[in-house]
Ligand binder design. Structure first.
Ligand code: ZN
Length: 586
């Protein structure tokens, strides 16, 4: 008990002017879990020290009981079906659940009131600001089939995936409790420490969050192979500091390889049959990590494991579950980048999914680009335009759990969100946004940043105002549409008029003359207050276009109409708009 209470989170709680709020709760979990592979059950004891650093008195605790979403007839199944998943042919064996069989808080036995995947415990004595409670609980689980992130026997043959598997305190922050039910989507957690002991048959290898403490039991590539006896269950003990979740998986057949890069141990767990595609990841990973480190900062934990397990591909702190059997290099990069935006930034993935999936997708494209192809910064446009064509767009500000359809969620969280970052890059410049990610890292790691915090950082490094763009792109369904309206002779030359509707943007325009020469113009937008400083092709900077004016005229003095061969708006193709009206050609 002493060791639990004496742990200090002070490094997390250093007050910073940058924090969305000046406090965050902390947790300290000790979990012992036994996995019975014959009955497909798990039984655990869990002790949590929950520290209330808020200014509030807390009278009720809430827990996630995610595997209750896998109960037959759960509302989660109905909701997931409504959003587009198909679970119509499940049998009794596929369903799972988790039951809390006892709970006490500060040694006072209490009752957990369970509704679907959320458990509620009313405290006998309120938890005052600045105080801790010690929660002791016991739980048993029926392990579901691995059809929704977690469970037994996944499609690629991994025996067990334990994700969202233990009673987990919901997050409490300045908005109060976040008691989001589980619909197979996203997570939010509280930073803290985990000590997890997993008891299982010695035939299994276990891999997951944290650093393995008792390496003497290890086999299949870990140190001191083959020392365990066949008859006694093995206990695998993991420690993780400064994480907001703990996941693991177990398999009898995995190969295990390890690579150390910059003092970080990268582990790879995969079946022999998929060795070829894993070889590609293992051989090239150092190249991707080097790009990642340069652009997005140093990975802050001592270990990361790529594990073939789970359903689909899913991120957890210090590890990822990859179902992939064939070419999954860029997806592995994607999942690793989640260690940043979901992992140590600790963004709320339900409320601000785009800050996780969108930034991760943006970063994935960069760290998987190990052949050094030039990325223009508009690669996300095609996916965004494609997905937008599938149905009515839903605002990016929609919570992950509450999109009407999967398409709406995917487009908002991944594609439209990636374009959001790429359009900021377009407005402030490649090197400036890189600086912005560095500043974001220094200010916000382990601090649960929110949308304003990301945008503010980009404003700080660029000296441009971007809040207006955040509002348009995230809260509305408006799109960008610019074009050439007219071109006309004037008293002293030629002029052309542009029009715009929807979201205003700073614009580049290129004019090509009969003699082969070109002229570049940059039209700033008044809303940004300042002008972009980085250009690949040096333009003539014109007067800002007012956000209140639907039209804007550019004069080409001392030119003849017959000299102008073409005028092109957005000549580098950065904007995801209707291109049809962007080009005037004689
Ligand atoms: Zn993702």
């Amino acid at each position: 008990m002493k060791s639990l209470l004496s742990f200090s989170f002070s490094f997390l709680l250093l007050s910073s002017h940058a924090q969305s709020s000046d406090w965050q709760q902390t947790v300290d979990y000790q979990i012992n879990v036994g996995v019975d592979h014959q009955k497909n059950t798990a039984t655990g004891q869990e002790k949590v020290v929950y520290s209330n650093h808020s200014h509030d008195t807390i009278r009720t605790l809430y827990f996630h009981l995610y595997w209750n979403a896998m109960k037959k007839g759960s509302h989660s199944f109905e909701r997931m079906a409504e959003m587009g998943s198909n679970y119509s042919d499940l049998t009794q064996d596929d369903f799972g659940q988790i039951d809390v069989t006892s709970i006490s808080v500060n040694s006072v036995p209490l009752v957990m009131d369970v509704y679907e995947s959320i458990g509620k415990v009313v405290l006998k004595d309120p938890l005052l600001p600045g105080k801790d409670v010690v929660i002791d609980l016991q739980f048993t689980s029926k392990i579901p089939s691995c059809i929704n992130r977690a469970g037994k026997n996944n499609r690629s043959g991994t025996d067990y995936t334990f994700t969202q598997w233990y009673p987990k305190l919901c997050r409490y922050d300045k908005q109060g409790w976040h008691t989001d039910p589980y619909f197979g989507r996203e997570f939010a957690g509280t930073f803290g420490r985990f000590n997890v002991k997993i008891q299982c048959d010695p035939s299994f290898t276990v891999a997951g969050t944290g650093v393995l403490k008792n390496k003497k039991y290890l086999s299949k590539g870990w140190e001191e192979a083959g020392k365990q006896t066949k008859s006694t269950p093995t206990v695998w003990e993991f420690n993780a500091e400064n994480v907001h979740d703990f996941a693991f998986a177990m398999d009898r057949e995995w190969r295990h390889e390890q690579k150390r890069i910059d003092e970080i141990d990268f582990h790879f767990f995969y079946p022999e049959k998929n060795a070829q595609s894993w070889k590609n990841l293992i051989d090239n990973w150092h190249k991707s990590y080097a790009i990642c480190k340069e652009n997005f900062g140093t990975y802050p934990w001592p270990q990361f494991s790529f594990i073939q397990a789970g359903e689909g591909y899913m991120e957890y702190p210090m590890c990822t579950m990859l179902e992939g059997a064939s070419d999954f290099y860029s997806t592995a990069c994607h999942e690793f980048m989640h260690s940043y935006f979901y992992g140590f930034y600790g963004t709320d993935e339900n409320l601000h999914h785009w800050m996780d999936e969108g930034l991760t997708t943006y970063a994935e494209a960069r760290i998987s680009n190990i052949n050094g192809d030039v990325l223009e910064g508009n690669e996300g446009n095609s996916d965004y335009i494609l997905y937008s064509s599938f149905g009515e767009a839903e605002p990016m500000a929609t919570a992950a759990n509450h999109f009407q359809l999967d398409f709406g969620y995917w487009n908002s969280a991944y594609f439209k969100a990636r374009v959001f970052v790429e359009l900021i890059q377009y407005m402030i410049g490649d090197e400036t946004i890189r600086k912005g990610f560095g500043r974001y890292y220094n200010l916000w790691k382990f601090k649960h940043p929110e949308p304003n915090d990301f945008v503010k950082v980009m404003e700080d490094v660029s000296d441009m105002e971007l809040t207006w763009f955040q509002n348009y792109w995230i809260n509305t369904n408006q799109t960008i549409n610019v074009g050439i309206d007219t071109i006309q002779k004037t008293n002293n030359g030629v002029s052309f008029t542009l029009y715009r509707n929807g979201i205003p943007m700073p614009l580049d325009v290129q004019v090509t003359y009969k003699d082969g020469s070109t002229q570049r113009f940059h039209i700033p937008l008044d809303l940004t207050n300042n002008v972009k400083k980085e250009f690949k092709t040096r333009p003539t900077i014109l007067q800002a276009w007012s956000c209140g004016a639907p039209r804007y005229t550019v004069s080409l003095e001392n030119r003849k109409l017959s000299e102008v061969i073409s005028i092109e708006v957005d000549p580098d193709g950065y904007l995801p708009d209707d291109k049809e009206d962007n080009l005037y050609e004689k």
